[in-house]
Design a protein around this ligand. Structure first.
Ligand SMILES: [Zn+2]
Length: 360
């Protein structure tokens, strides 16, 4: 698996980046692949070679305005003990905090602000699991709600996103009235960054839960979340939070869970989202009206639960359908445990930091 990490550097590469543009323009015009031809631009031949390789065969590209400096593996030195990466040809030194168990750095791309480091990781063999943690992503006020049928625990994650969306919706409306397009763009960007950070923490926490309990992760196969702007699953409560969530947020969280789980060797399965919010996780009755707002009340067995937690338990149970019949029995015993562990367990910062160290 290849993952790319972005690190801010404090160096000025304006000169070098200017030369890179010249080399790229030359490559497009002359289809040259020899660094001797572009020696007069003064760019290091190792970097020139990468640019020539990329642009000389690109037929569609007519002009370029910005080109990143690409340094191949042989131009990179990594000291994994000290967590320092060196790029001698640019006199660039980078301290890194991402997982330290990469096997190779494929390449580094540099612009005037960031270095993009592509690292290769060995996939860990998948661990054997008997249980799954179910993750409901289309919730009534959180980024995700996770539930562990094996011990009845419920984790409500990323509550902050709800407030962020509300806050920025107001700001956006205000700016739209004033027609302040530049500010609008900036605000949109800021909101995206905050959500990305919440998604990182949420995904880390979910993988951490799975790791601690030696179980797999179950997600709903929310089709169309890549393409559609709004989530494809029908609104459960019609609250404004959900309609304001864009599909990219679900997809981003999904991708983050996917690669974080893969690094740790944790199995991830997808299940059909049909009825997960309408079904009683205790007796299996499917009834649309059992769900009212944030509350799920079963008209058959009397089970009362947080609606998202109920859905998350259903999602978890779907990962092992052969267990579903015995599920209802064990679930009965677990209802008490579950009620005890109810409550808000939003992401504790320290724990998530710990995981990062562990992964490393
Ligand atoms: Zn029931």
């Amino acid at each position: 698996m290849i993952l790319t990490y972005k690190i801010k550097h404090e160096q000025d590469f304006v000169n070098e980046l200017g030369k890179a543009v010249k080399v790229a323009k030359f490559a497009i015009k002359h289809k040259s692949r020899s660094s001797k031809d572009v020696k007069h631009f003064g760019l290091k031949s190792m970097i020139s070679n990468q640019i020539l390789k990329k642009y000389s065969k690109n037929k569609k590209c007519k002009n370029v305005h910005s080109v990143k400096l690409t340094i191949p593996n042989q131009g990179i030195k990594a000291n994994q003990e000290k967590r320092i990466i060196n790029v001698p040809c640019l006199k660039l030194e980078l301290k890194y905090y991402f997982p330290n168990n990469f096997t190779k750095i494929n390449q580094i791309e540099v612009d005037n602000k960031y270095a993009y480091i592509s690292c290769e990781f060995k996939d860990k063999p998948e661990i054997q699991v008997n249980n799954y943690v179910g993750v409901d992503r289309n919730t009534t006020g959180h980024i995700a709600v996770a539930a562990m049928p094996s011990n009845g625990k419920v984790y409500k994650l990323g509550k902050k996103a709800y407030h962020i969306h509300r806050k920025y919706k107001k700001i956006r409306a205000h700016l739209q009235k004033k027609n302040a397009k530049k500010k609008l763009k900036k605000i949109k960007h800021r909101e995206r960054n905050i959500i990305k950070d919440i998604n990182h923490k949420t995904s880390r926490k979910i993988v951490e839960i799975a790791k601690e309990n030696k179980c797999g992760i179950v997600l709903e196969d929310l089709k169309g979340i890549r393409k559609g702007k709004k989530n494809s699953k029908k609104n459960k409560t019609g609250e404004s939070f959900k309609s304001s969530i864009n599909s990219w947020e679900f997809y981003q969280l999904q991708t983050m869970i996917e690669y974080k789980a893969k690094i740790c060797g944790i199995p991830l399965v997808y299940v059909d989202p049909k009825y997960t919010s309408q079904k009683c996780s205790r007796c299996g009755l499917i009834a649309k009206n059992n769900r009212k707002g944030k509350k799920y009340t079963c008209t058959k067995c009397g089970h009362v639960d947080h609606a998202d937690a109920n859905a998350a338990f259903n999602i978890a149970a779907l990962a092992s359908p052969e267990k579903e019949n015995s599920m209802s029995m064990s679930n009965d015993q677990l209802v008490q445990d579950r009620d005890c562990t109810k409550g808000n367990t939003d992401i504790p910062q320290l724990e998530t930091q710990l995981l990062e160290k562990e992964v490393a």
